[in-house]
Design a protein around this ligand. Sequence first.
Ligand SMILES: [Zn+2]
Length: 295
Amino acid sequence: MPELPEVETVLRGLKSRALGRRISSVEVRHPGAIAGSPEDFVQNIEGRKIAAFARKGKAIGVELRSTDGAPPSFLLIRLGMTGRFTVNPCDAPLEAHTHARLMLDDGREEIRFQDARRFGRLRCCTRDELDAIFARLGPDAQQITEDTFLRSMRGRKGAIKSWLMNQQMLAGLGNIYADEALFVARIHPLAQPGRVSIAKARRLYRAIQTVLARAVSLQGTTFRDYIDIEGRPGNYAPRLRVYQRTGEPCRRCKTKICRLVIAGRSSHFCPRCQPRPRYVAAMRGPKKSRPRVKN
Ligand SMILES: [Zn+2]
């Protein structure tokens, strides 16, 4: 699933290929990919110029300026699990799961939205609606200050892994980069945010910044589906230290990487570099609800 680095890569690709261009016509091929009425969607987008891009966490906002003085409209993009954008010549064969086509300028090129799993959404909205949607998200993981980050951890119970992935707390991290940042910071995924020492919390903040910056510079991680706007996969996968490396040796200490299911999601960690805090075992309740540990 695309996380902040993949979404940022898509945003940069769209910006380089489509900024300043006019959306001359729109074809919705699968109405389920559009939030709200597809007719309104088409009406509010057609004829407008792509004027600016913004991102918060995994959400992209595109400002569409009208040429007749009407207020701008905004396109909210959520890639979901498998959403992808490409810029193609209009006469290029359509790939499967192409749900929307935005023809550009004179109609020689178009932006295509494909989404095999159909969790992604395109939505047309006003500035106020976009602001409200962005406001419901926590601070962006790359924009948040260290102070705010440390303050928001205070008093929080539950697994730090789930906390990092909660988009209302911190927007942008998913399973991959939460696992990677926790490894770099040497924090067990079941540690409680409120019980992590200040020194470790600072280390986690820095780890998140380093991991995200590196992943953005390598155009994100591709496992199965993710590609950038030119159809290229991301280059971060060979750099992964724990994610999907169950049973492989830790790059730091050679201990086998373990997998643990937390709130239905896999967590990958090194049991030696990221020791389980003593309070975690004591607070896990009946055995059957304990997370399963697999190596
Ligand atoms: Zn290790």
